[in-house]
Design a protein around this ligand. Structure first.
Ligand code: PLP
Length: 379
């Protein structure tokens, strides 16, 4: 059987990863500023994480959600404490899309409404509130599974007000920072007004922190820059440092009942151990503060490079927008400088490195990028 060919691939086989470095099957080492699409939070194969997962593997990988699983309780407690959401409850799933689907369902059950507001250029996984970001005409947006979705522009509070006024929207779903859509940050005032508007109209506010959460933005959640408290927060990616786990953090206003939500794999023993180890390491190594510090340094230095049209980001979620397509620059970073970066659209390089990135790592990237830019034609 062949693989169903949906991913454009670099012909590089990664066989090993340690910290911010990955190595391919030829023994070539790369600096990883992509982190498997924002997944690597604590760094590749952290020794504490490896030890905890190995121990758990020897005991039990998975049973089911029909028995008590104290690892789930431990995870919920630690996550509540570290994120500042002690009073919320946690529903565990296995991916970002699944987290968002469940958040949308909860909002719909709670309000009895079926309409959803997402934003232009948003991405929430391959969900009913997805895809407004692709240039690919074959991907039709959204994949509607029963929700009717409207897509106003980010930061356009008046359009949102008009839609919410009718009181028939169950949820507004918004990314802490738009990732796939080009590292676009919701304005603080917009988020605050949005939160107020949702409260006024009985609309649930879902903060999709799948990419921007878990310390990536320099705060545990990106929306905490605006000091708001959403009704539902979705998480995945950095939560398991590569082990598939996601979750919905649910405000106390929602009442749980048996059978309301469910999943086979969500919150497996091994997944919980991965997620608990990630939180322990984030706390012990102060990785949220590190993301803030190194992110600020990178953004400041990148803004000094005149050939970059715009640098956008918070913490270690950074977009570099150029006037020209970035394919060559990105390929040269990879093949000449041995640095992995991400991309969004045609003109934006996206940095989503492990949160343990050092200043020395940042400098390696800055000097490599400057050298490449010197020999790139911008006409
Ligand atoms: N939400 C956001 C903001 C994302 O960036 C992504 C994935 O890139 C998802 C949801 C979907 O996550 P998953 O691919 O784990 O389903």
């Amino acid at each position: 059987m062949n693989l169903f060919d949906v991913y454009p691939l670099f012909n590089i086989e990664i066989t090993k990863g340690i910290g911010t470095r990955i190595t391919d099957s030829q023994g070539i080492e790369y600096l990883d500023l992509y982190g498997g699409h924002a997944v690597i939070s604590i760094g590749h194969s952290h020794p504490f994480y490896v030890q905890k997962l190995t121990q758990q593997l020897e005991n039990l990988v998975f049973y089911s959600n029909s028995v008590v699983n104290k690892l789930q309780t431990e995870l919920a407690k630690k996550l509540g404490k570290l994120s500042g959401y002690d009073d919320y409850s946690l529903f565990l799933v296995s991916s970002g899309a699944e987290a968002n689907e469940n958040a949308l369902k909860l909002a719909s059950f709670h309000t009895g409404r079926r309409k959803v507001v997402a934003f232009n250029k948003s991405f929430h996984g391959r969900t009913s509130a997805a895809v407004r970001v692709t240039d690919n005409p074959k991907i039709v947006a959204p994949i509607n599974e029963g929700f009717e979705v409207e897509f106003p522009d980010l930061n356009d509070i008046e359009s949102v007000r008009k839609i919410l006024k009718k009181k028939d929207v169950c949820a507004v779903i918004i990314e802490g920072i738009q990732g796939v859509g080009g590292i676009r940050i919701p304005e603080i005032e917009f988020l605050q007004q949005l939160s107020e508007e949702c409260a006024k109209t009985g609309t649930m506010l879902i903060l999709d922190e799948v990419q921007s959460g878990y310390g990536r933005s320099g705060k545990f959640f990106a929306h905490q820059y605006a000091d708001i408290r959403p009704d539902l927060i979705t998480i995945a990616k950095g939560m398991g440092n590569g082990f598939p786990i996601g979750g919905v953090m649910i405000s106390p206003k929602f009442e749980a009942s048996h059978g309301l939500l469910g999943t086979t794999f969500g919150g497996s023993h091994l997944a919980c151990v991965a997620a608990i180890s990630v939180l322990d390491i984030i706390k012990a190594e102060q990785l949220v503060a590190n993301a803030d510090k190194i992110g600020q340094y990178l953004i400041t230095e990148l803004k000094k490079i005149p050939q970059i049209k715009e640098v956008r980001g918070l913490g270690l979620m950074i977009g570099l927008e150029f006037e020209i397509p970035i394919k060559d620059i990105r390929n040269r970073l990879l093949f000449e400088k041995k640095i992995f970066t991400g991309v969004t659209g045609t003109n934006i390089i996206r940095l989503l490195p492990p949160l343990c990135l050092s200043k020395q790592d940042a400098n390696i990237f800055l000097s490599g990028l400057k050298e490449i830019i010197q020999t790139t034609s911008f006409n």
